[in-house]
Design a protein around this ligand. Sequence first.
Ligand code: ADP
Ligand code: MG
Length: 728
Amino acid sequence: MSTLRFYAVKETLKRKTVHVVEPERRSTIFGSNVFNQDSMRQYLTKDSFQSVMGAVDKGSKIERHIADHISTGMKEWAISKGATHYTHWFQPLTGATAEKHDAFFETMDNGQAIEKFGGGQLVQQEPDASSFPNGGIRNTFEARGYTAWDPTSPAFIYGTTLCIPTVFVAYTGEALDYKTPLLRALQTIDSAATAVAKYFDKNVTKVNATLGWEQEYFLIDSALAASRPDIALAGRTLLGHTSAKGQQLDDHYFGSIPARALNYMRDLETECMLLGIPVKTRHNEVAPNQFELAPIFEETNLAVDHNSLLMDVMSKVADRHHFKVLFHEKPFAGVNGSGKHNNWSLATNTGVNLLGPGSTPMKNLQFLTFFINTLKAVNEHEELLRASIASASNDHRLGANEAPPAIISAFIGSQLTAVLDELEKVTNGKLSPQEKTDLKLNVVGKIPEILLDNTDRNRTSPFAFTGNKFEFRAVGSTANCANPMTILNAIVARQLMDFKEKVDGLIKDKKMKKDDAIFNVLREYIKDSKRIRFEGDGYGEAWEKEAKKRGLSNNKTTPLALKAKVSKKTIALFEGLGIMSKVEMEARYEIELEEYAKRIQIEGRILGDIARNHVIPTTIRYQNILIENVKGLKDIYGKDFKKYASEPMRLIELISAHIESINSDITNLIEARKKANKITDTEKLAIAYCDDVKPFFEKIRYHCDKLELLVDDELWPLTKYRELLFTK
Ligand code: ADP
Ligand code: MG
């Protein structure tokens, strides 16, 4: 009998809900472990406080002697909250967050000790971080990496450690993390969007990109998860026959949350409140044991930090509740996978959502300006946007017959489509007063009521307008949002700059009025970006054909998709905006390809191990039982035995055929891997893993899953889908 599987199921059945203490009112504890404005006012001098706020709002520099004051205040605050250590907290290109704790504790000459944390330690550190991926940057330049304080994301206490959000860069200036290019992109969109927003309101001096992510995940009992080597090592199941009942009945989606999971969420949300992560929504998702968590949206840099932190907190809190959180995009075949919708918009310092329709025709023209420019940007850079979400795990969703396809398109709803169709007819050149009145009354002026009735939500679209924001739905659940957010904000920034140049040109050279010029440029943009708009079923085959006709990319695998990150067009775009240099982009490309190859390599090894060392030996044991059975029947019935033994004999043969297929496919898989490993060119290596190694996964799985149905349940060593998904 397979001990681990049954032990795990037994343990799971014994679980009790873990008692959770919640505050009476969440608002009272919100942000209490964050060095926010309130605590800064309390612990910093007025000068220091203003210096930090200047850095946050205007990006101004913090003087060194002020940094000393700030660090002292921060340390006092942290110690008052029970912190003993501090760390620079950063997001290297591994996808996880990194921290290296140092104690505040310091000895003095007289043998006594004090708590110390100087400005230097706050502002900059040099972690011995030589093992983080750098895509050759640090080898080439023989420079070390250092971390530097990002005052725009407040320090926080996590456990007993003061965490200081930082960027991670090489001494030669190249970014080695996710945050650095994101901050550069956010600065760029701030100035580009502010300049355009000034057409409509002179008081706008700053525009923040906003992000509200929705995190999907699976919760599996920790004992069940540990019983599966594939879940433990790859975060997903590499084999397993689908459960008789899966999500067919739609009885999980938005259903009542199971008690153990609910207590986990309550506990998690309390932690989030302390850390200032404004989580708001929780619900069951489509697949059994799948859930979603969403916060109130925030400024993008902060939202990205909060999502990275959240994923760490989720795993830690899960330990207390004997759960393992699966963030993988496709942990189970046959049921829905997980994504991380990135809701994105632009907000001015005057409190206006630039993608929210307004109450006057002028405000709506502003809305249309940002709306149409976004569509144009997505149209121009659809392939790059696809690249921004490429990963080995997200390949299971994109283009794999599962939510969003690998084709980027934008859904805007029938009413906005009608508005754009009208705007497309605007006169070339100056508009007559009558035309303007008409536009104001019948087109631009109609927008608010239109959007209120716009309940049509196309769930198959990867980039959908949802009333007052765009929702980038193709982002993977494991992703660091910084990657897609850097690219989205960069392409929209570029677009807004081009728009401004065009409009200013018409005003200056053609003596057009501002709104005439805007209408004229928007009209052309609507025409230019038509191909990106798609309102139909994004999952259908018809769309693939149509998209191909339109010249949209359909890069179904990561190695293919990533190429757009180093295309001439992309390099020109990023260098032009000063967001990333060619060296930085090529380094990232290298890192992502390498990671892709490694992930497939690891999965290949796990699959080989499970199939050969778990599935086949078990199957042979079962086959021997059948052989004994046949022999026994022969003993009893002599030459007539076949009358009774035909069924077990058929099974014996069937089993042998499956074993043979598995064995030969594993041998082929290993050979393909060996061949791939000899390739030194990273691009070719990733392609070899994609095209030559990965295809064996499905073949091997097919036969293993067939055997799961044939072999005695008592012997089967791997925890089954029904147990993983339905044991509560
Ligand atoms: P759903 O997509 O599940 O139907 P909603 O549309 O209500 O849910 O909102 C989803 C997310 O969108 C939330 O996390 C919310 O904070 C975020 N969101 C709402 N407005 C904005 C905005 N202006 N900018 C960025 N995110 C936003
Ligand atoms: Mg959503």
